[in-house]
Design a protein around this ligand. Structure first.
Ligand SMILES: [Zn+2]
Length: 225
């Protein structure tokens, strides 16, 4: 963030869809009205910060999300909070922290996203970004991490998502080994983890609490913008 400032970006929007709250970034920039902070994160998960009531200097928008948060929920958050907040802020640069630990296959979070959620947020932010920095973040299932971030790289470089991965990519994914924590079992990946890049869409009816929280932040946005 400070590096972007040194390179001429005064107003920086930081959008974090990692399953954990961006506690350190918020601590550093919550009093800086020229930084916009928008975070979605699983409620109750370490570091247990990021309450929806944390406002900073009016620049902090936290959306704790419940277990089971899925792609349709994220689309609602994207359209109701993330994109309107960033558009109203008129940033010189956007930083997207795209932790992939919110996907269904991740062993830590209890969220149910697919990598379509990450791609959708990135595609939405892109036209709002005079400069765009996309970061990785958390992610504890190596297949899901590799596929998610490769998908984002493909989106950034405007490449088509293939129905089936080329043989070289499949070989990389087949070469991964992952043992569950605490000396647990070695995981045998299902075929779609090694032969595809895009997940199937994981949607459904609104997860309880999401619509109300989106509306709460949208009302704040209308007063702020
Ligand atoms: Zn995380």
């Amino acid at each position: 963030m400070l590096g972007l400032r040194r390179h001429g970006a005064r107003r920086v929007a930081y959008v974090d869809i990692d399953a954990h709250h961006c506690d350190g970034v918020e601590h550093a920039f919550r009093d800086d009205p020229e930084v916009l902070l928008v975070s979605t994160h699983e409620e109750g998960r370490w570091p247990r910060t990021g309450a929806i009531t944390e406002w900073g200097a009016g620049n902090v928008f936290n959306l704790p999300v419940p277990r089971g948060f899925h792609d349709d929920d994220m689309a609602r958050v994207r359209e109701g909070v993330i994109l309107p907040a960033v558009a109203a802020f008129r940033p010189d640069a956007i930083v997207m922290q795209s932790g992939s630990d919110g996907v269904l296959e991740d062993p830590q979070s209890r969220l149910a996203l697919s990598n379509n959620a990450h791609a959708g947020v990135l595609e939405g932010l892109r036209p709002l970004a005079p400069r765009l920095m996309v970061l990785g973040g958390g992610g504890y299932n190596p297949w899901a991490v590799g596929r998610c971030w490769t998908r984002l790289w493909g989106a950034l470089t405007r490449q088509e998502v293939p129905e089936r991965l080329p043989a070289e990519a499949e070989a990389v994914l087949r070469g991964l080994r992952w043992q569950r924590r605490g000396g647990g079992s070695w995981v045998t990946p299902p075929e779609e983890w090694v032969t595809t890049l895009a997940d199937p869409w994981r949607g459904g009816g609104p997860t309880e609490g999401v619509a109300e929280r989106v509306e709460f932040l949208a009302a704040r946005l209308r007063a702020w913008a």
